[in-house]
Design a protein around this ligand. Structure first.
Ligand SMILES: NC(=O)C1=CN([C@@H]2O[C@H](COP(=O)(O)OP(=O)(O)OC[C@H]3O[C@@H](n4cnc5c(N)ncnc54)[C@H](OP(=O)(O)O)[C@@H]3O)[C@@H](O)[C@H]2O)C=CC1
Ligand SMILES: O=C(O)C1=N[C@H](C(=O)O)C[C@H](O)C1
Length: 246
């Protein structure tokens, strides 16, 4: 096992989780400025990337082309980056896998699934995510993924656009639109990672909320992803399958 971004907030939690697991060994802690050959020299079979938007693609290209399974927790993945991973996977040694995981917390995976289930039953749906003030990307990867799942569920059920009479608005007042789902991003000192999916119907509101209160919330999912990737060649997006949340 190699951890890229090992000295970061999530990277430190991942290293701790791997070191406390009996069935895996941490052989490389990679930080900014370290040679990527550290990963292959150490014989790592799986790499977990929890770095930055700028670093992650170069890291993934190296790992996949050298036959190292790659679990990507770094956020900011849109369709272009996913397509690039698929291109590299097609040229990678047989059996190699890449797993893009917008959120490793079990509660967040369930929150996304619940939102997907509810999405077709309410005319209105919007997402509010809150993160710590050091977060680089907005909206969060979790919010993006939730919006994609919600939008797909609504398309499949033939639900039309959410009602909205706005004809005049300041830029940003209605949030960012991810596949027509409004996403509102708050950056707050004192917070970790939080999301509400708010659904509106006739005379009722449903709010699905998840809070990560510390980076320990991501540990179980990271270990599950590491254990699962060896039997999942090619691209996997999300942790639903690995956690048995279908
Ligand atoms: N999927 C999930 O469940 C979660 C995802 N995340 C995501 O993970 C990423 C990291 O988050 P977080 O730990 O909070 O951020 P941090 O800033 O604490 O950590 C990022 C680390 O990556 C290091 N780094 C930068 N460039 C490279 C490089 N080229 N090679 C190796 N290491 C590098 C940084 O080093 P330096 O300090 O020197 O810059 C830093 O130690 C973010 O994208 C975040 O959104 C976070 C939490 C949960
Ligand atoms: O940067 C973070 O902290 C987090 N990033 C991920 C995201 O963008 O969704 C996962 C979690 O929300 C924490």
């Amino acid at each position: 096992m190699a951890v890229l971004g090992a000295r970061g907030k999530l990277g430190s939690a991942v290293c701790e989780a791997v070191e406390s697991a009996d069935d895996m060994e941490l052989v490389a802690r990679v930080g900014r400025g370290d040679e990527l050959s550290t990963i292959t020299d150490a014989g790592a079979e799986v790499a977990v990337d929890v770095t930055t938007l700028e670093a992650v693609m170069g890291n993934a290209e190296f790992c996949l082309s050298h036959g190292v399974h790659t679990v990507i927790g770094t956020s900011g993945f849109g369709p272009d980056r996913v397509a690039q991973l698929e291109e590299w996977l097609a040229k990678a040694p047989a059996g190699v896998g890449a797993m893009v995981v917008p959120n490793f917390s079990v509660g967040a995976v369930l929150m996304m699934r619940f939102a997907e289930l509810a999405a077709a039953h309410f005319p209105s749906v919007e997402i509010v995510e809150t993160h710590h003030e050091r977060k680089a990307d907005a909206p969060s990867g979790t919010a993006r993924r939730t919006a994609e799942l919600v939008a797909a569920a609504r398309r499949e059920a033939g639900v039309g656009p959410a009602p909205d009479a706005t004809t005049s608005a300041l830029d940003g007042a209605r949030g960012a639109s991810v596949e027509d789902v409004p996403v509102h991003s708050l950056r707050m000192s004192g917070s970790v990672a939080h999301q509400e999916v708010v659904l509106g119907g006739v005379g009722e509101l449903l709010t699905i909320r998840h809070d990560s209160l510390s980076h320990a919330s991501f540990a179980h999912g990271v270990l599950a992803a590491i254990r699962g990737i060896g039997t999942r060649p090619g691209l996997t997006v999300g942790l639903e399958d690995v956690l048995g949340i279908a």
